[in-house]
Design a protein. Sequence first.
Length: 247
Amino acid sequence: MTATLSREQAASLEQSLRAFEDRKGIQIAVLIVPSTRPEAVEQFALRVVEQWKLGRRKVDDGALLLVAKDDREVRLEVGYGIEGALNDVTARRLIAEVITPRFRQGDFFGGIAAGVEGMQKVLDGEALPAPSRRSRDADGFRQGWPVAFVFALMLGSVLRRALGRLPGALTVAGVLGAVAWFAIGTLATAFAVGAIGFIITLLGIGMGGHGGMHGHGGHRGGDAWSGGGGFRGGGGGFGGGGASGRW
């Protein structure tokens, strides 16, 4: 148990989840755990939804809001049947704009309740407000830096040998910055992505090995809520749709 929510907060959350499930049939569950380690939060969430059989069979309309408190990570796992409404971009925005800002202030109930409400509104057909410029920059950087890292690793060494260290790094930075600008459309993201490529190429950073991760079952002392207090959906399908974030 994480003792994150009070009894009154837990009852309020469960009532909201139950009312939505009774009205729409869509089952949303919330799980708070201390940590998902040694698994990544995405792997852990997928195991949980499959084990709990969230969502209705052949309707695939389950969703999980997973909070790994000590890891400072959150995951929205979305079933196949509702990915059209609650797509990856929308899930990412809910995490970045609604949930994690409250978590940073220590307001876990506020973040969870607002996140669940946002999911319910989206699934009811309401659009999210337009993102602010600051949130677009932050979201663009989160999307862009992995691409920059891989691109710089792949081509950085080639350009270093062909053009020299500094010219090669500048070329990688320019290409990555231009691609980020056209793909994401914010100057801050383009500059940040280009800087990543420049540093990686200039320093000649290469790929290193990583140890494997070992799976495990269960949710190890977590707190869980869903409509009706149980998991009776029957087993909807999940394929890794959703989004993850940190605070």
